[in-house]
Design a protein around this ligand. Sequence first.
Ligand code: ZN
Ligand code: ZN
Ligand code: FE
Length: 749
Amino acid sequence: MRLSPFLRRRFQIGGIVQGVGFRPWVYQLAQRHGLGGYVFNSTAGVTIEVEGPAEAVNRFDAALRSEAPPLAELGQIRVESLEPFGYEAFTIRDSEDAAGEFVLVPPDIATCPDCLADLRDPANRRYRYPFTNCTNCGPRYSIIQEIPYDRPNTTMAGFRQCPDCEREYRSPGDRRFHAQPNACPACGPWVELWDRERMLAERAEAIDRTRQLLRDGAILAIKGVGGFHLACDATNDAAVRSLRQRKLRSAKPFALMASSIEKIAEFCETCPEERAVLSGARRPIVLLARRPVSRISPEVAPGAPTLGVMLPYTPLHHLLFEGGAFDALVMTSANLSEEPIAYRNEEVAARLHPLADYFLLHNRPIQTRVDDSVVRVFEGRERLLRRARGYAPRPIELGFAAQEVLACGGELKNTFCLTKQHYAILSQHMGDLENLETLEFFEETLDHMRRFFRVTPRAVAHDLHPQYMTTRLALAMPGIEKIGVQHHHAHIAACMAENGLRETVIGVALDGTGYGTDGQIWGGEFLVCDYLNFERRFHLRYVPLPGGDTAIRQPWRSAMSYFEDAGLPGAPALEAVPEAQRRVVAAMLAGRVNTVDTSSCGRLFDAVSALLGIRLETTYEGQAAIELEAAAAAGIDERYPYSIDAGTIDFRETIRAIVRDESARALRSARFHNTVSAAIAEACRRIRAADGLDVVCLSGGTFQNVYLLSHAAQLLRAAGFRVFTHAIVPPNDGGLSLGQAVIASNRLR
Ligand code: ZN
Ligand code: ZN
Ligand code: FE
């Protein structure tokens, strides 16, 4: 006689459930509850049947939903009750292919604590082995060539497992059960150290010599998970300066890698949320407030108020820091400016020889390059600024069934987006689509992801800018509907999508450049919009931009344009610019020759940065605004006058007031930021008065400015608005493709 009724239950689980140790975990859970049945991977996810006493089945059910392994992300769970079958045991069955279904590909994950312990245990056969991994950690997206995710479909296919590894791989109770990249020193990949001509050392010796070379001030190209890094000792001024010169002298901050949270605390301030993100399984670069005095070379991030720091995320990184070898290493993507990251051993001679002195290579091929992700913590929450390793290709839940579309994105910091069922799948960050290299990267990754996710787009969405490479690419696709989406509408739709908003919202889209429906360059836009359409209610007053793209690199040109517009003769700060150049630009402005009208908020920030004498010329995107924000004093409430009238926000009075104001830069910068924040809040109040809308979405690259974001959000909340910002996709153009995709999908309905 049975004490409780006997049940049989079937679960079908979607989401990220493959390649994350889910099946062995289910196997052990079923064993623990004494249940019969089976589990298998299908192209739709994971299917499980269990049977046993009702109580045990219910406990299994509850644990399934609440205790899944750390990397699993359960999507939809379908449950069915069935007649008892009489299973004798619980088994793991072979994979099944369900046609038309798709499974989500897991991202690359940092070395787990168990593998780190193996790495450090002299008695373990993986002691100091740089490719140690298990079902809870290691490379995934970067090595997968085809689905289903099985070893022959990865770049590990060429490494035959030794008997010991094979045994682990076949044991359901083992942490390495079906860990596809499983490897050990006897059977797996290895590292080699090269100079420009020949191999100097391999395996353990190569790592020891690398550490020594770095300590001696050399610059090394080091092959990682998703590409090569250029590395040097971050406390060695000469080494960092030399690296900066080789990477074409831009002042763009370099990312750092430090051995521990404690080390990071020596040169940055961290809060508990930041420490959690730093040490989490995705291991992004986290932007942290830097301490004014530290051993980090000032050459690492000249003029920047933050440092981008990450912790080691592969066994090789851990080995490089062994014995406290460094406070921190510079670990910057191995590329020139915004080209894609180098990732093949064959590229070393062609692309990396001029950049590095030595090369630490390995023979596990990278299928798909993936840069380091960059995040920041704001209001206690992780916010992505560059979405790549550890995050891509994690899907974004849309909350509605989307039409299958491809959205090509914009140009700078580009991503593309595919939709399938109720998911949006964003590509990793690809860099600026201005060169052939990036275009090839885009096309390869698109081809790859379309196959992985079995997407057959019904339409392709693109920006309205006729010159963007992505626009031309989209328009050249044969036999598919084309849907043009306005840049700032796409920004706001991206913010709506990640926050699950379906209603009409007020969208504040502030950025540097976006093609407008009037053919001008927009960038200070207040929209009323939904997923279908938008109306432009307010925008920054147009000013002429002298010399187009050159003006982006030379903020003093924007300053001259704003002066002319405000009826001002000039400012002392601009006298550092050679007079001949200023005369040329003055003539361009006077005759409207080679100028284009713009409502760009980015150019307004450029102008103010230049007129305060902070930055007249830039070497990387956004530099003038970043340094203007860094200069702003905290705790200042005053602002300058501005005016709003008939759809235009006019900062001419602001410019005149800044020029008259003789206070320190710090005060003037803060007052300027407060002025823009106040104008944002007032424009939203006017829209609410007319339309009754009280939901505001803040998007666009300008909102990477934390001073502006926090002040604007504060004013809006105080005025009774519900305010939404970005977290899981970047506010900059890296999030554009998501907005394009949801708009295109809704227009297709
Ligand atoms: Zn592991
Ligand atoms: Zn082995
Ligand atoms: Fe933009």
